[in-house]
Write a protein that binds this ligand. Sequence first.
Ligand code: BJW
Length: 305
Amino acid sequence: MATNTEPQISQESIASFHEHLGKSKRILALLGAGLSASSGLPTFRGKGGLWRTHQSMSLATPGAFNEDPGLVWQFYSYRRHMSLQAKPNPAHYALAALAEKIPGFQTLSQNVDGLSPRAKHPPKQLQLLHGSLFDLKCADRHCGYIREDYTDPIVPALAIPTSGADLTSNETREQDISDVSVSIPKLKHHELPQCPKCKKALLRPGVVWFGENLPFTVLETVDDYLASREKIDLMLVIGTSAKVHPAAGYIDKARQRGARVAVINTDENDRPPRGWNDGDWFFCGDAAQILPELLKPVIGDLPKP
Ligand code: BJW
C-alpha cells in the first residue's frame, strides 16, 4: 500500500501548464517566504512565525522599533544571521534561470533574505518589494543615509545568544528560533548601530514595515511593467499567503492584463485573494521540488549543486 502522503499533482495539469508556459513571453512572479522555507528560513504566518516569545509580525512595525529598538534589532540580527547561513534552493535557481531565458519575465519578491540575489537572479528582473535585511538605513528619514552591509553581527551587542544548538541543521534551527528560554537582553541605545551621517539617530533594517510605503523606484518599475500595451501571459504565485498589500493586489492586476495564474504552495487553503478562476493551476507542495520541474521545458535541467 502506498504510504506517500504528499499531494499528487496530475500529469494533465503539468502538461497544460507546460503548453501555456511554452507560449508565454511576459511572465510575472510574486514570491513569498515559502520559497525560502526549504532553505531553512521560517515563514511569517502559522508554524515558524514565532521568534522567542514574540510573533514575528508584531515586530515588523515602526511602532515596535520606536518602543524597543533593542528588541527589534535582535530579531533582525537573528534573521540576518540565519539568512547568511542559509543557501539558495533549487526554486531560487530555477527562477534565476527563467529570468535569463525570458526577457519579459519580471519577479516581485516579498522576501528580504537575499537568497534570490545570491542565486544570481538578474537584478533588473528582481523587484524587492519589502527591501532587504542587508540594507541599513537611518531611522530618521530626513537624514537619508543608507548602505549595503553583510557584517554579522553589525555591532558586538547584536551577536546571537542561542541555546547552543548547531544552527546549521534545519531541525535544530527551527527549535532554536522558538526557544523561549533563550533570554533577550535589554540593550541600551548606545549599543545599537548608529547613523554615521547625522550621528543622532539609530540605523534600522532597510525593510518595509506595516504602514510604510514600498520603495518608490520599485513601485514605478512594477507600474511600468503592468502599463505595457502587451498582455501578461502568466502569473506565478509562489510560497506566499497573499495576505499583504499592495503585493497581493498584483495578482489581480496581472489577471486584468490577461494572465492565467499558477499557484505553488504547500497549503491548498492559501489561494489568491479573490479565489480561483477557470484556467488557473494549483500545484500543491514544496516550491523547491515543484518549480524546477514546472519550468524545465524552458530552463532545462539545473546544474547539480
Ligand atoms: C510554502 C512552503 C514551501 C511554506 N513551498 N510554499 C489593502 C487592503 C488591506 C490592507 C492594506 C491594503 N493596502 C495596504 C494595507 C496595509 C498593509 C497590509 O497589507 N495589511 C494586511 C495584513 C491586511 N500593508 C502595508 O502596510 C504595506 N504598505 C503600504 O501599503 O503602504 C501604503 C500605505 C501606508 C499607510 C497606510 C496605508 C497604506 C507594507 C507591507 C509591508 C509588509 N512587511 C513584511 C515585513 C517585512 C520585513 C521582514 O521581513 O521582517 O513583509 S510583513 C510580512 O508579510 C513580510 C512578508 O514579505 C509579507 C508576506 O508574507 P508571505 O511571504 O506571504 O509569508 P507567509 O508566512 O504569510 O506565507 C508563507 C506561505 O508559504 C504560506 O502560504 C505557506 O503555505 C507557504 N509555504 N512552505 C511552497 N516549502
